[in-house]
Design a protein around this ligand. Structure first.
Ligand code: MG
Length: 168
């Protein structure tokens, strides 16, 4: 990295969309959701994990998930997307930042995510190494409209706030 301006707070935004198809697992925030359709993609297509990863990269102005973890990389075929998030956290830590909180929205027509939200939050909090009350995940439907509403796609959006770690 070249000269970088040290900032106390950094905010980042990420989103992701995947097509829903038969014969693929539906994985969100590292949690397998029972569903007869799942997300198509090169990796495990965990849209929520991808959006959070992109938000952290964005907060640090480090580009995007596709640059760091390209879908042309055969090693990443069906990869567990927590790999991307964990690698991104390493980059964050090396720059002396920590996660203050994450807020995310998953838009999906079905299945209903409510029964899985707590499990998803817990899993993400564990990976992010933060308390549970710093991780928010909300679920929405597409109200029968657009690709999400028709059940053809899943979308995730995430926003993250990083703070500079106090010197120990
Ligand atoms: Mg993705």
């Amino acid at each position: 990295m070249g000269n970088s301006v040290k900032m106390r707070f950094r905010i980042g935004f990420g989103n992701d969309i995947h097509r829903l198809v038969a014969g693929r697992p539906l994985i969100l925030g590292g949690v397998l959701i029972p569903s007869d359709i799942g997300a198509a993609g090169h990796s495990d297509a965990d849209a929520l994990m991808h959006a959070i990863t992109d938000a952290i990269l964005g907060a640090l102005a480090l580009g995007d998930i596709g640059t760091h973890f390209p879908d042309s990389d055969q090693k990443l075929k069906n990869a567990d997307s927590s790999i991307f998030l964990k690698e991104t956290l390493k980059m964050m830590k090396s720059r002396n930042y920590q996660i203050e909180n994450v807020d995310a929205i998953v838009s999906l027509e079905k299945p209903k995510l409510k029964p899985y939200i707590e499990k998803i939050r817990k899993n993400l909090a564990e990976i992010l190494e933060v308390e549970l009350d710093r991780v928010s995940v909300k679920a929405k439907t597409g109200e029968g409209l657009d690709a999400i509403g028709k059940g053809d796609a899943i979308k995730a959006e995430a926003i993250v706030l990083l703070t500079e770690k106090p010197n120990q």
